[in-house]
Design a binder for this molecule. Sequence first.
Ligand code: BES
Ligand code: ZN
Length: 371
Amino acid sequence: MLSQFGFSGAVLLSLSLFCGSASAAKSPRLIQTSPTQRQWMSEREILDLSRKSHDAGHCGGFMDVTDHPVKKAEFLRPFSGYQDRLPTEQAVVSRLLAEVSASNLEASVKSLSTVFPNRFYQSLDGVGSSHWIRDRFLEMSNHRNDVTVQLFKHGFAQPSVIARIQGKSRPDEIVVIGAHEDSVNWQSGDERSMIAPGADDDASGVATVLETFRVLMESGYQPERTLEFMAYAGEELGLLGSQDIAESYQKAHKKVVAVAQFDMTMYPGASKHIAVITDYVDPGLTRFTKMLVDTYVKVPWVDAHCGYACSDHASWTELGYASVFPFEAPDGEENRKIHTAEDTLNILDMGFGEHFAKLAVAFAVELANGK
Ligand code: BES
Ligand code: ZN
């Protein structure tokens, strides 16, 4: 059986411009491109590799494992009993869904993509945007004494942000809802200063996380399990922030029971279906999430694939935690503007984005309160 990094060398090397690229760090980085392939690469080598293959119609992900060279392949899964679960929290969820607002989603995407048009993990705006996200969480929760908001620092400039609502009866069991806060423009130029609005990739996901948190805060909802809302730093450089966090949670023996990733939620494919990624995720939690779509969002869904560790859910999956990744478009209908200066608000569909905010609210309550 292939491990969770089971993708072929051919796919790995066909990095295209709109897909992931490389670390801009000065010293060599350890880049994992397959279960058996790891190599030290300079900044130039990694950037060249990414940019060489515009023609391949798909992405070829990698993980920068420089700071996490030893991974535990052991699959804990003690908390992953989702195969047989049905939605049970309709009474609470239905009331909350009516509160989700497309105009709030739009306002967050607008701020992130225009006030911080380059959220590169080493840029000033990258740091500023994480402070902005932290301040939004603080502002929305200042009436609550069961909420903490903190920056999670890494070995690079941009910190991640974590807002935590303490669970009432099972505080040691944690449900994570996350998105990545950084952006990048992989066209030629200096990554630190080029325009990289990242409206879809991934201001859309951060807006989804913020709106979910707002709806829960304004309703006075108190979860049974602990809910953690995360904005990950350095995703575009090889899942740097989420790997740091997942590893520190594993070391602290934290019981993360479920993780949802929201990365690109507002640029629908032609069919306007929710695409549910089926690789590098937990199959039971994915099945349950499809039931949440049917029950609460009522939009058709289709199976979709990344083919590699394409976003932060994979950092959790790799350490044995159950993750899920609902995505905006079916295979082959992806937004081709990501990682360019044209990934802007005006190409997005807020009505479609609203479906993901509803799904995130449903996920939060069902996972935090359900059996
Ligand atoms: N949002 C993308 C992932 C993505 C792109 C998923 C297109 C589905 C369709 C993410 O921010 C990204 O760019 N990931 C990199 C990999 C990462 C590990 C550097 C990629 O896709 O190559
Ligand atoms: Zn990206």
